[in-house]
Design a protein around this ligand. Sequence first.
Ligand SMILES: [Zn+2]
Length: 252
Amino acid sequence: MRLDWSPLRAELSKWRRKNMTLPVWWRDDDAIEVTPHLERLVTRSEAVGVPIHLAIIPRDASKELADFIKETDHIVPVVHGWSHTDHQPDADTNCEFGEARSRDIRREEAGEGLRRLQRMIGDDVCPMFVPPWNRVGSDMLVDLPALGYRYLSTCNPRDIEEPAAGLQVINTHIDPIYWRPSRHMSHPELVIEKMTNLLKKRRQGKSDNAEPFGLLTHHLAHSPKIWEFCRQYWMELLDGPVEIFDARRATN
Ligand SMILES: [Zn+2]
């Protein structure tokens, strides 16, 4: 797959000239078991040297997955809600932790999500809450630090770094999948244009460059084209002035 990365390359040269560094990270969602796609994801992660923050659906996570993660240094396990169930009455907006349900129930599920993964995987679980469909009712943000969470991750540039005391937002910015009406690769040139524009805003000080710039993938939904795009994404980006973010080593 031949892609034109020249807009991004030109932007990264400007970063070099300004001596700026882009923090980058990788999140992948919806893991419940070990599959060939997951193994391929880990191989890719090892090849490029960027750890995968793997969002695991706690209720359904298998013991085999937990064992696999314990043996794999390149996976940072994070919490993907509880059961990935849509509870919204509105058919257009899927959400597990929206205000359609009581805050108590949501708090209980978010707490149990972290506890279950900790029981299965141990202390290596990163206390990052990744609400399914990247949506969470703002009323429960203050509950997350009390439940043990230190990070919240959804999508798009964050508006605010710390929406509740002790809770840092680290979002994702690029998703190569066009979800509706069917899951397929977005037009790659448009994704490259989006990356370039987001980086330009950071360079110009119009958006927050302290937030790690995130790639969001869904290994179970990857076609060969998407795998290839991700390979090129990391090859291009890691050629720039970047610093790889790993929540295990972050201090906040
Ligand atoms: Zn999901």
